[in-house]
Design a protein. Structure first.
Length: 256
């Protein structure tokens, strides 16, 4: 087996040797702190925002798109800034370098895009076979209510751009850097990170949570292969863009 084949099967994260890395528990602790603080600030902003106004009411809606958009637009930038500041403070490394926000090759992008496209197609095919709508109620309700409240564009920006950036920097950036090492430990860490990421999406049916877990494994492998969380962010944006387009098409069809 050639050296290139060995690297392709069990890649070693191509991180700079000089980079100091936080330990496993320190990584978890700081990640939780950044997440909790960002959510707390988000709650305060939401309470202030709706102190003298109420979100528009749409009959039968459980998920309010305005709240979803506002929450994502507020919490994710705060979390990203905190994670970058923590990385810089605790390791002395530039935040972009520590979080893996580095350049990637077209080859890695095309490999990741192809695998993600296959998984998305498989999910779209399996959904109807299992009697599950490929556009989850969470998405239709959030987009319907956001449109009614004049928040459709902010919701699209939150779901397609801001959400993926925040999630990737947390999971395939900060947690990946602190947890993933060469060999078996790295494989286990990628699986744990993917599981944690999937469990954040409990608003979806089990089949979609399972699909998200598998996609997380692929994104973890791509992050490992390329060394770039920027690449996984781009791929995550593509995934959410495809899902958003499907949702908008569904809503346009229902309005005919």
């Amino acid at each position: 087996m050639s050296e290139a084949e060995t690297i392709a099967i069990a890649p070693t994260p191509p991180e700079p040797a000089s980079t100091r890395t936080l330990g496993v528990w320190a990584t978890l602790g700081w990640a939780l702190l950044a997440f909790v603080v960002s959510q707390a600030v988000c709650v305060v902003v939401v309470l202030i925002w709706f102190a003298d106004r109420a979100p528009g009411s749409v009959t039968g809606i459980t998920y309010d798109g305005t709240l979803v958009a506002l929450g994502a637009l507020v919490s994710n930038p705060i979390m990203v800034v905190l994670l970058g500041a923590i990385a810089r403070w605790r390791t002395g490394t530039r935040a972009t370098e520590y979080l893996g926000l580095t350049a990637f090759t077209w080859r890695d992008f095309l490999v990741g895009f192809a695998v993600i496209a296959l998984l998305a197609a498989a999910g779209d095919l399996m959904g109807p076979l299992l009697g599950i709508d490929i556009v989850p109620p969470f998405q239709t309700e959030a987009f319907t209510s956001a449109s009614a409240n004049g928040w459709l564009l902010p919701l699209v920006v939150a779901i397609v751009l801001v959400g993926p950036a925040g999630e990737e920097i947390l999971f395939r950036g900060f947690l990946f850097r602190g947890w993933v090492g060469p060999g078996g430990r790295g494989v286990i860490a990628v699986a744990i990170i993917s599981l944690l990421w999937a469990l954040m999406h409990v608003q979806y049916a089990w089949i979609f949570v399972a699909q998200i877990f598998v996609i997380g494994l692929v994104l973890g492998w791509i992050r490992w292969r390329s060394g770039s969380a920027l690449l996984t962010t781009v791929l995550h944006v593509v995934i959410n863009l495809e899902s958003t387009i499907e949702t908008l098409i569904r809503l346009a069809w229902l309005s005919i």
